[in-house]
Design a protein around this ligand. Structure first.
Ligand code: NIG
Ligand code: FE
Length: 469
């Protein structure tokens, strides 16, 4: 933490950061916009006014950057963080499952079967309806400090609907993930009495689960690659759920995706110990997510993926690499997945609000830290296991229930998320990184957990160019 800090931003990029007293003279301009003058006094309005000023002036800057006057915003002692990097969400969906949450609070277990309800509602929804809802959720997240959000498909589960969901996701973020391997859809489930997902329905029967895995690896992946709207591919690897996929099925789908040039990620160890983390390590996934039931062997395997490529080295990465990553991200293209795999291992991404919303036990994140595994926290916002896109909420749970210090939680929600997306241009306040910030209306980042449920953290994009709503 730097006290009495100053940050200089040019365009979308951080140009200087350090103690205010060390600010180079060329940046010492008279203060034109003391829009935020007094801590705790109408602060949100003041900051919004400052942002509005900035946006108006951004137009002038864009037309004639050379003559644009610098602006000075006094944050009046507030804590400024990198914007939260939410590396796991399912924001594109139709319908509602509040009843399922209510039943869970009454003791019912989560088993993944509800995914098929959301699939029905999502297939019935138009692309624009889905986009409107995703946009509303993104705005909610941004209002709470999130500046980058990964978004998965996974509620289409046929060729045209998975492509539809990815088109929606790609409207909002370059961090799009094809999740055809989210669940075995109704048309590929066995027809048998007592199967709630099929009983009473007139769903056609297209085959068994093997046929579905072939569909994902073949025609579905073909369409996804052809449309070019997915950076990543993911699978819900969970032998404890009859709706999800076992280790062999997971390997088949992720290997096919990898061969087609997609980066990979895995939902693993959510409902019990399983092969997800090991597969993630073997296949070079960027992240294994949930991690509720990681074993010591899983943690050792994850740590081993970082040997020779420690996260400390990531922070020091050459300017060449970071500017390549930054320009690639803004042009919607990413550095080749294979090149990134040589620099990055597999992150353990924890989803604290899922344990809250499913009543699963909270895993102890200190085990991962002790094993030397880089960690991230993300929202997993989805209609089933966690209908919250609030990173401050996940942050507070990680601190209160999962053993993180507050400083570790800051790291996990920013730099850790960036690491899980193999990005070096976000999640950190340093020269050359994107000017994406989370501003806490408090003198210390401790207040994010110290004042849970209170809306004191929101995104501040000093670059003036909203890349995400
Ligand atoms: O990340 N676990 C699998 N997928 C989602 C939940 C999906 C749902 O229940 O709708 C998750 O928890
Ligand atoms: Fe998820």
């Amino acid at each position: 933490m730097i006290e009495q800090a100053a940050v200089v931003v040019r365009g979308e990029i951080i140009e200087w950061v350090g103690r205010e007293q060390d600010l180079p003279t060329e940046y010492r301009y008279p203060c034109r916009h003391r829009a935020v003058t007094q801590f705790g006094n109408g602060s949100r309005e003041q900051i919004e006014a400052a942002e509005a000023n900035k946006q108006a002036e951004a137009i002038d800057e864009a037309t004639n950057e050379a003559t644009a006057e610098p602006r000075h915003i006094d944050l009046a002692g507030r804590a400024l963080l990198p914007g939260f990097v939410d590396s796991h969400s399912h924001l594109v969906f139709g319908g509602d499952r509040g009843d399922e949450f209510e039943a869970r609070m009454g003791g019912q277990q989560y088993d993944g079967g509800g995914i098929l309800r959301t699939v029905r509602a999502t297939r019935a929804a138009s692309e624009d309806m889905l986009a409107d809802r995703a946009l509303a959720l993104l705005r909610e997240a941004r209002a709470q400090g999130t500046t980058t959000m990964e978004i998965k498909s996974g509620y289409g589960l046929d060729v045209s609907n998975e492509a539809k969901l990815l088109r929606v996701a790609a409207r909002f973020t370059p961090e799009t993930t094809f999740l055809g391997g989210h669940a075995v859809p109704e048309e590929y489930r066995p027809v048998q009495a007592g199967d709630d997902a099929r009983s009473g329905s007139s769903v056609p029967h297209f085959g068994d689960r093997d046929d579905y895995v072939h569909l994902v690896c073949g025609p579905m992946l073909d369409a996804v690659v052809r449309e070019g709207n997915a950076r990543w591919s993911d699978v819900f690897c969970e032998p404890h759920s009859p709706y999800a996929f076992d280790g062999d099925e997971t390997c088949a789908m992720l290997t096919a995706a990898k061969q087609r040039g997609l980066g990979i990620r895995v939902h693993g160890a959510q409902l019990g110990p399983g092969p997800g983390a090991r597969i993630a390590c073997e296949l070079g996934a960027a992240s294994v997510d949930h991690c509720t039931f990681l074993t010591d062997d899983d943690l050792d395997a994850l740590a081993a993926t970082w040997l020779g490529k420690q996260p400390g080295a990531w922070a020091e990465m050459s300017a060449e690499t970071s500017s390549a990553a930054s320009s690639a991200a803004s042009s919607k293209m990413q550095p080749a997945a294979s090149a990134l795999e040589r620099q990055y291992g597999t992150v353990a991404t924890y989803l604290p609000a899922v344990e809250f919303s499913t009543k699963q036990p909270y895993p102890d994140m200190r085990r991962a830290i002790a094993a030397g595994v880089p960690i991230a926290i993300a929202s997993d916002c989805n209609p089933g296991t966690c209908f919250s896109d609030s990173m401050p909420f996940a942050f507070a749970i990680a601190v209160r229930e999962m053993g993180l210090t507050i400083a570790q939680a800051v790291w996990a929600a920013t730099a850790g998320g960036a690491l899980a997306l193999r990005r070096s241009d976000i999640g950190v306040i340093r020269i050359g990184a994107k000017a994406d910030f989370a501003l806490v209306d408090a003198p210390s980042y401790a207040h994010i957990a110290y004042r849970p449920g209170v809306p004191i953290t929101h995104a501040l994009d000093l670059g003036g160019h909203d890349r995400q709503p």
